[in-house]
Write a protein that binds this ligand. Sequence first.
Ligand SMILES: [Zn+2]
Length: 111
Amino acid sequence: MYFRLFAKPSIALALAAYLIYWSENTADQKTSVILKPLMDSISLGAAYFSAGLLVLSGLGFLYSGYRIWRWQNGEIPFCSRCGSMVEIRYGRHGEFWGCMSYPRCRGSEGI
Ligand SMILES: [Zn+2]
């Protein structure tokens, strides 16, 4: 269940690592004179983008850790059906606590 919380920051981290690897490799490649400035700007853009992704994934890991900490302190209710974590969802009738195992579990609590 915890891995679901860390899935998004992990994907961002993996993407950032791949982009850094990719931009490092394209910078060294021998490209034609016409394509060289284009490739340079693309790899520079990828470098900035991956730096942003790194920051985002770091924040994501911190936020996920914070949510687990809150959950362990009993500040967030458990799902009454399966006992896993719940998160705030927005439905037709406003905010509610929805089970994180959705769609496997359809448990929900009113706020
Ligand atoms: Zn549940």
